[in-house]
Ligand binder design. Structure first.
Ligand code: GLN
Length: 425
């Protein structure tokens, strides 16, 4: 994965790049896999997560630990990535690649602003991001806590549904976990009465800079949906979608700067163990420990939270986010499970559909040459839905192409059920 979940390429990983299994790569870029071990407290022990050990626990305590082994890839000192290799997407690129390459039946990851859906799209797999708060974040390292959502990638919808059913429970260990009575589960009645399913197409997503291949494919999909007698298509307007990308990057960087402040190397995380007379030790630790993109975001976020940037950046973005949520509510037929009194519209739509990406995945060498801001543009289709916390799934539609099916907050099973209906037809 991209370090701390920041990125959309999985080229920013601490362990080296993840490549896209749908494209040709002749040379193995890994020279060997080294076995690493650590000891984690057993769930029923009286120890807490902080007690993870990197050397064998003493004999008295050893029964309280599980020995965990993993393989760490060691990259060749010099390797060539094939010229036609494309990025796998990120930040959960490793999860998507392992599903696409048939190493596993499913993988989990987090989606803060698209990190399940974008790599799923680029690897032609299904990637489901549930409603915010539906799967526990206990044990997850926070990147931006008001957006981080655990999601599932697989090639099969029934596997996604099975895994989701298992994880879809309230957890007291996560203060943002959704209460049991807010989890809509009556799956059977939604499409039973023969009523047409209304799909909204936000006009704000008709982006001029969409690649021509994607545009063409999108038109084909709309035509296919139009021919389906069970479906009605409606244009809808959600004006604040156009502010989503700057709002998202203002809020995630602010939250990241706060969440990552715990990595001081003294109470928490990696420690450089270097003392100098001129700098505090945590400065050296944080300079060595964080990658370039992570440092960039901490710096941006610290500015937005400072007295110079708080009103003009952080508060402004927060207000625009609320406006976006209201606009989404105004177009959905179902009620938002957390704000029922401010939502629900008889004339509204059941789902929103839009492309997952604006273009095919970039060629790796070209991506290395794009500026950070340019790379953030890849998240333009996925971030509005994250800001509103809505359940959504990437459904593949061609090689490295896909579309998002989005439902009202809380209606996760309705999304999965309808995904099955459109995938079959
Ligand atoms: N690409 C987005 C970012 O870097 C989304 C990442 C994510 O969902 N974890 O913030």
């Amino acid at each position: 994965m991209d370090e701390f979940g920041m990125g959309n390429s999985t080229l920013n990983s601490h362990f080296g790049p993840t490549l896209n299994p749908l494209y040709q790569q002749n040379e193995d870029i890994v020279s060997e896999y080294k076995q690493e071990t650590f000891w984690a407290p057993k769930a029923d022990s009286d120890l807490i997560n902080r007690d993870i050990l990197h050397s064998i626990p003493n004999a008295k305590e050893i029964d309280k630990y599980d020995e965990i082994r993993y393989l760490k890839p060691i990259l060749k000192s010099d390797y060539t990535i094939d010229s036609q290799m494309r990025i796998v997407g990120g930040s959960s690129g490793g999860a998507a690649a392992s599903v696409a390459a048939d190493l596993v039946d499913f993988a989990i990851g987090t989606d803060t602003g698209g990190s399940i859906r974008l790599p799923a799209c680029y690897t032609s797999t299904l990637g489901f991001k549930p409603s915010y708060g539906r799967i526990s974040r206990w044990g997850l390292i926070s990147y931006a806590q008001s957006l981080d959502t655990v999601g599932i990638i697989s090639k099969k919808l029934d596997i996604i549904e099975k895994v989701f059913k298992m994880l879809d429970v309230y957890d007291y260990g996560d203060p943002t976990s959704l209460a049991e009575n807010k989890r809509v589960r009556d799956e059977d009645n939604w499409f039973a009465d023969g009523r047409k399913v209304r799909i909204g197409l936000p006009i704000e997503f008709q982006l001029e800079n969409m690649g021509s291949g994607i545009k063409q494919r999108w038109m084909q999909l709309l035509e296919k949906l139009r021919q389906n007698k069970l479906i009605e298509l409606y244009p809808v307007s959600i004006p604040s979608i156009k502010y989503s990308l700057p709002v998202y990057y203002t809020l995630v960087t602010s939250e990241a700067s706060s969440n990552l402040s715990r990595f001081d190397g003294i109470r928490y995380g990696f420690r450089a163990d270097k003392y100098t007379d001129t700098e505090p030790e945590y400065t050296v630790t944080r300079s060595e420990g964080f990658g370039e993109e992570v440092k960039r975001r901490i710096t941006l976020g610290t500015f937005s939270l400072s007295s110079y940037g708080f009103d003009s950046h952080f508060m402004k973005a927060t207000k625009l986010r609320s406006r976006l949520i209201n606009e989404f509510n105004s177009v959905f037929r179902d009620r938002h499970e957390l704000i029922p009194e401010e939502s629900g519209n008889d004339k509204g739509v059941d789902f929103i559909v839009c492309p997952t990406s604006v273009d095919k995945p970039s060629i790796v060498s070209e991506y290395y040459n794009t500026s950070p801001v340019q790379s953030y543009l890849n998240d333009v289709m996925t971030t509005p839905i994250s800001l509103a916390g809505l359940p959504t799934i990437n459904i593949p539609y061609g090689k490295s192409e896909g579309f998002q099916l989005v439902g009202q907050f809380g209606y996760d099973y309705k999304v999965l059920k309808f995904a099955a209906m459109v995938s079959e037809s």
